[in-house]
Design a protein around this ligand. Structure first.
Ligand code: BV8
Length: 251
């Protein structure tokens, strides 16, 4: 896949590049995106209906079983060439930071470090009353959430649900990075969920070069300096190859 020299030049020139990744980044690892119709048992629900405190309060078992299904699915998933290309990109652009909306941990599994998880992590267990981490491994395979060993409240996954605030420190760091970057790569996200989607606008207001990598258009597309239409598992390795070419030819 040939990428425009102007795009490669912009990335090579960046000193403070930032990535915001979304569910599309993990699509090629077999992890369904939120836009995909949930298959089988879950097809009659929308994630926005299940990933909420209200849904958990109304039917903790149903929400728990949905997360157990997702944990089992993600546990089998492996980083794809897109995740691995971002590790290579960090080698070529040492200032690169990754902010992710994903909760699957695949960036870290691929070897990326200092990943900012805006929406938590699927495999973390927390108390639903005080949100403190709990250790209940071995009790999470049942149809109902285990009880918090401290207070007895149902345990829930350590992810941010719709209507919940993002982890303060993570979101503050993400905002600072977006406002201070000179290149913002929006990869595999529909740019529909706030406040994560607002980060691109912070970068834009800081005159950063905005790049989108996505097979489909999003609300961000018209505002980008560069748009690469395609799957991240193909585009990102091509981008790394193009940058390496630049480095060797010294263009
Ligand atoms: C908040 C963790 C303050 C959980 C997630 C009305 C009432 C209440 C709230 C709101 C409201 N209206 C708006 C809001 C705010 C709400 C929101 O934005 N809602 C949306 C639906 C409109 N946001 C919140 O609630 C946030 N909190 O605002 O707090 C507050 C407090 C109280 C009251 C009001 C406000 C919290 C949001 C976080 C929710 N948790 N995840 C879990 O995983 O179970 S969000 C979850 O969905 C993901 O983390 C992700 O962020 C989002 C899905 O977005 P994407 O990642 O972009 O994925 P998506 O499927 O959408 O798109 C995939 C893209 O990939 C597509 O573009 C596709 O083309 C592309 N693609 C496909 N294949 C590939 C590909 N790209 C590259 N390569 C490929 N191969």
């Amino acid at each position: 896949m040939d990428l425009p020299p102007a795009l490669l030049g912009a990335i090579a020139a960046a000193r403070r590049p930032v990535v915001l990744s979304g569910a599309g980044m993990s699509a090629e690892s077999g992890v369904p995106t939120f836009r995909d119709a949930l298959d089988g048992l879950w097809s009659r629900y929308r994630p926005e209906e299940l990933a909420t405190p209200e849904a958990f309060a109304a039917d903790p078992g149903l929400v728990w079983r949905w997360y157990r299904w997702r944990r089992d699915l993600v546990a089998e998933a492996k980083p794809n060439p897109g995740h691995r290309a971002l590790v290579d990109l960090a080698g070529l652009a040492p200032g690169l930071r990754i902010i992710t909306q994903n909760v699957d941990g695949l960036h870290q599994d691929a070897g990326s470090t200092e990943v900012i998880e805006l929406h938590g992590n699927l495999f973390a267990d927390i108390c639903s009353r005080d949100r403190a981490p709990v250790s209940v491994s071995g009790e999470t395979a049942g149809d109902e959430p285990p009880a918090c060993p401290r207070c007895g409240a149902p345990v829930r996954p350590g992810v941010v649900w719709f209507g919940e605030f993002l982890p303060e420190a993570a979101f503050a760091e993400a905002r600072a990075l977006a406002a201070g970057c000179d290149l913002f790569l929006s990869i595999g996200t529909s740019s529909l969920v706030s406040p994560a989607a607002d980060l691109a606008w912070l970068a834009m207001n800081a005159d950063a070069t905005i790049v989108e990598i996505n097979p489909d258009r999003t609300p961000l597309t018209p505002h980008c300096d560069h748009v690469v239409t395609g799957p991240s598992g193909m585009v990102l390795p091509a981008l790394v190859d193009g940058l390496r070419e630049l480095h060797t030819t010294g263009d």
